[in-house]
Design a protein around this ligand. Structure first.
Ligand code: FES
Length: 164
């Protein structure tokens, strides 16, 4: 019959001590790994890589005379008018919806709140506060049309068309 007043065996005490030592070291290891992960996230540059604002709209031959072509992915129109090629933003100046060309009406219309624009971007009606901005367009050395979505053409220069 074991004596309850007798001290525990030395081997049991050491095993318990080793267990708690390992448990403590394990906890410290997990805490250190978590700290390192957060430190790495904190020190890593938080940069967003955006696509280039310059869009290659391809050969002018793609655009028949008197056509308005919407590039949904780039949010621009390439317009081949009698004066030449020009480009408009397809993003409505009201709340940013993507507009659509309505060939049967000869207008650009916004599906969200009904703004309407002429083929040259001028507002006809609706809540849009401004016309659709013209975007800078030019021919590169390969003969492709390039459109810079980040550069608006000032209103006074809107007679500068690309002619091929
Ligand atoms: S977003 Fe185009 S009219 Fe409102």
């Amino acid at each position: 019959m074991p004596d309850e007043n007798k001290p525990a065996k030395v081997e049991d005490t050491v095993n318990r001590r080793q267990f708690f030592t390992k448990l403590g070291l394990g906890s410290l290891g997990i805490a250190a790994a978590g700290t390192a992960a957060f430190a790495y996230q904190f020190l890593e540059p938080n940069v967003l890589y955006e696509p280039s604002p310059v869009v290659n709209a391809g050969s002018p031959d793609r655009y028949p005379p008197d056509s308005v072509t919407l590039d949904v992915n780039s949010g621009i129109y390439v317009i081949h008018s009698q004066e030449g090629y020009f480009s408009l933003s397809a993003v409505c100046t009201h709340l940013g919806c993507l507009t659509a060309w309505k060939p049967e009406l000869g207008i650009i219309a916004c599906p969200c709140h009904g703004s309407k624009f002429k083929q040259n971007g001028e507002k006809i009606e609706g809540p849009a506060p401004k016309p659709l901005p013209w975007k800078r367009i030019w021919l590169n050395n390969d003969g492709d049309l390039l459109v810079d979505r980040s550069t608006d053409v000032p209103a006074l220069q809107r007679d500068s068309f690309v002619r091929v």
